[in-house]
Ligand binder design. Sequence first.
Ligand code: PLP
Length: 478
Amino acid sequence: MLSELAISGWENSPLTILDRLSTHVAEYFERHSDTPITCNVTPTEIRQHLANEYGSFDQPIPLESVFDDVTDMMWRWAEHATNPRHFGLTRPTVDVASVVADALVATYDPNLATWDFCPAAQEMERHVINLLGDRFGPGYADGLSHFTSGGEEANRTALAVALTQHFPEVATDGLHALDKQPVLYMSAEGHHSIEKAAHSTGIGRAAVRLIPVGDNLAMDVAALTQKIEADTAGGYVPFMLVATAGTINAGVIDPLEEMAEIAERYKLWYHVDLAWAGAAIVSDRLRDHLSGIERADSITCDAHKLLSVPTGAGMFFCRHREPVARTFGIEASYVPDAVEDGRVYPYVTSMQWSRRFMGLKMFMMFAARGLPEIARRIEHQTEMGDYLRSRLVKEGWKILNDTPLPVVCFTHSKIRSLKNGESAIVEEVKRMEAAWISKTTLAGGVPALRASITNYNTTPADIDVLVDGVQQALKTIS
Ligand SMILES: Cc1ncc(COP(=O)(O)O)c(C=O)c1O
């Protein structure tokens, strides 16, 4: 049995290291409400500690001591999103079932590049990702959808596929083969990972046309069509449209149906980035907010946000086999031959080669909790968002965004007259250890405080502490 293993350096310990690990994890989960939400350490302090304790790793240190030191550092020198009063940015608390899953993944360490290396892992991933794919609409559950390291990789995947679909010559000859500059469209509130993706595919950041948003912070579709027309007339080649459902700043959902129409009219690859909000698809109460999603050519959705599993679980969904195969297909003689009986070979349908078993944390959590409970948790977070809005309004704060999702951007007339008022409030709320919140600037240069409910353990009492905290901070800085 694993629990009876004595690992070198642990022979005299009453606990094996694995027992100790499980005790530590259990204690950590029990202490979620006390975990520090702020951290004021400096790089020098940590580097000094590492230099003193570990130097150049010349001498082995008993694993027990390393364990104690590492867990101590992780406790003290981190902002813990597991705390129910940690309100942002999109970092969730994590379900213990997904923690167990990640430990098993590290233990078995299967490589999911090809089906044959670990059929069990491959099929568990397929089983759970198809569940979400089916909920998004027909065609997303056909073996092309796959896990990614996160939303950035999923967005980069979408861009690479869209580019290959529109400009097949790029696959072999690169961008030199084009005599016109390809361009894509996203709202000014879309996620910056698209710009990074444009950089890394070689089309350049300027190829991402940032379209203004309306007063509701959603894509202005009239401005979008104008820009597409102007670009076409100016000799550019529009090839992709990115809608965002659940913007990072304000949780706003772009008009998905209208944008699908525009994508069809101009023959653009339609990608919907719902990295954070996509989890709403599991709730029958919330999924209508994502209506129109079934018209997307590809979708980004992260499990490591609203779905509450540890980081490293993005997902890319696509309903077109051919362009994906053309983008990532490759011949490699050293890989076992493919068998055409429904097996999947992610190394020829995705960006990565060696791939971690990223889907187990979602599989085990879904299995251990059941879909109705997962949906209830997400609905609970939206209810906490509603409660926060109503409490803030009652206390005289102004809400700056309009979304059914649990992210609240707010301000107060008294902050306006202060220099860097938002930053001062954030710092004061953190100094009091009341809550972790952030500040941002919304489209049009509007500064805002931002709190998102990212933790299914957050209760109305936690929201009350946050509201009391911002009230107190406002008094202190005014
Ligand atoms: C809408 C959106 N897209 C993409 C990303 C990037 O996701 P990741 O951090 O998982 O790479 C984020 C991150 O918050 C996001 O909110």
